[in-house]
Ligand binder design. Structure first.
Ligand code: NAP
Length: 250
C-alpha cells in the first residue's frame, strides 16, 4: 500500500457517506484533505474526524454546480493547504425518481448540473495547476447504474454514464501532462443517500438475490479503491473504471 504523504487531495461532497470515507482514508495514508461540501456543519464534522486522528484538513464550502462558488472556495482552500494533487469528484444527489414520464425538467437539470457540470467545473479549477506541475490524479464517481443495473433511475444512470465518458476523454486529453483520470463505479453502498433502504425488507431480499457477496458495501470499501487510484500503485492506470460492486455486475 503506497503512502499519500505530501499530497493534497480535494474531495467533493465530503461531508457524508463515500466522500467522507474517501477523505478519512486518504488522510490516514498521509494526504492533507480539502473537504468540500454544500453544508458547513457536515464538512466541519469530516475535518474534525481527520484532525482527531492526527491528520490535516480544511473545509471548503461550495456548490459544485456553481462556477463562481467553486472558483472562490477552491482558490481559498489551495492557498491554505497547497495546490491540489488529487481531485475526487464525488458530490452527487440521490437517483431515485418517479417513472420517466413523471420526471420534471428541474429534476433533470439538477441531476446533470451537480453530477456532470459539477465534475467539469471542479476539474477546470485544479487543472491548470496540475498541468503546470505535470502531475495529477482525477478520480470521478460513476455508479453501476451507468451499466443498466437498475429498472428505474434513467436520469441518474445517464449522468453517471456521462461521467464514464468524461473519464475516458479526459484521460486521453490530459495524459501528456501526466494527469491520470479514472473512475469508480460503486454498486450498492450503505450511506445517508440510501439510508431509507436500510429498513426495507424487499430491498434487503433484492440485495441477497442480486449481489453475489450478499450485502451492500461500506463506504470505506469504496474509499480503499479511490485511495489506490490516488496512489503511486496506480501509476500506469488511466481511463479506467473500477467497479466495487460485490459482483452484481461482472
Ligand atoms: P451522500 O451520503 O448523500 O453524500 C453526498 C454528499 O454530496 C452530501 O454531503 C451532499 O450534501 C453533497 N452534495 C450534494 N450536492 C452537492 C453540491 N451541489 N455541491 C457540493 N456537495 C454536494 O451520498 P453517497 O452515497 O456518499 O454518494 C457519493 C457519490 O457516490 C455520489 O456521486 C453517488 O451518486 C455515488 N454513488 C453512491 C452509491 C450508493 O449506493 N450510495 C452507489 C453508487 C454511486 P447535502 O447532504 O448537503 O446535500
Amino acid at each position: 500500500m503506497q503512502t499519500l504523504q505530501g499530497k493534497v487531495a480535494l474531495v467533493t461532497g465530503a461531508g457524508s457517506g463515500i466522500g467522507r470515507a474517501n477523505s478519512v482514508v486518504m488522510a490516514a495514508r498521509g494526504a492533507a484533505i480539502i473537504v468540500n461540501d454544500l453544508g458547513a456543519a457536515s464538512a466541519q464534522e469530516t475535518v474534525a474526524l481527520i484532525q482527531q486522528a492526527g491528520g490535516t484538513a480544511v473545509a471548503c464550502i461550495a456548490d459544485v454546480s456553481d462556477a463562481a462558488s467553486v472558483e472562490r472556495a477552491f482558490t481559498a482552500a489551495q492557498q491554505a493547504l497547497g495546490p491540489v494533487d488529487v481531485l475526487v469528484n464525488n458530490a452527487g444527489i440521490p437517483g431515485g425518481m418517479p417513472a420517466f414520464e413523471d420526471i420534471d425538467e428541474a429534476a433533470i437539470d439538477r441531476m446533470f448540473n451537480v453530477t456532470v457540470k459539477g465534475a467539469m467545473l471542479c476539474t477546470r479549477v485544479v487543472l491548470p495547476g496540475m498541468k503546470q506541475r505535470r502531475s495529477g490524479r482525477i478520480i470521478n464517481t460513476s455508479s453501476i447504474t451507468a451499466f443498466g443495473s437498475h429498472r428505474r433511475g434513467s436520469v441518474y444512470a445517464a449522468a453517471k454514464g456521462a461521467i464514464i465518458s468524461l473519464t475516458r476523454a479526459w484521460a486521453r486529453e490530459f495524459a501528456e501532462w501526466n494527469i491520470l483520470v479514472n473512475a469508480v463505479a460503486p454498486g450498492r453502498v450503505q450511506t445517508p443517500m440510501s439510508a431509507a433502504l436500510s429498513t426495507d425488507a424487499a430491498y434487503a431480499e433484492e440485495v441477497r438475490r442480486r449481489v453475489p457477496l450478499g450485502r451492500r458495501a461500506l463506504p470505506e470499501e469504496i474509499a480503499a479503491v479511490v485511495a489506490f487510484l490516488a496512489s503511486s500503485d496506480a501509476d500506469y492506470m488511466t481511463g479506467q473504471v473500477l467497479s466495487p460492486n460485490g459482483g452484481e455486475i461482472m
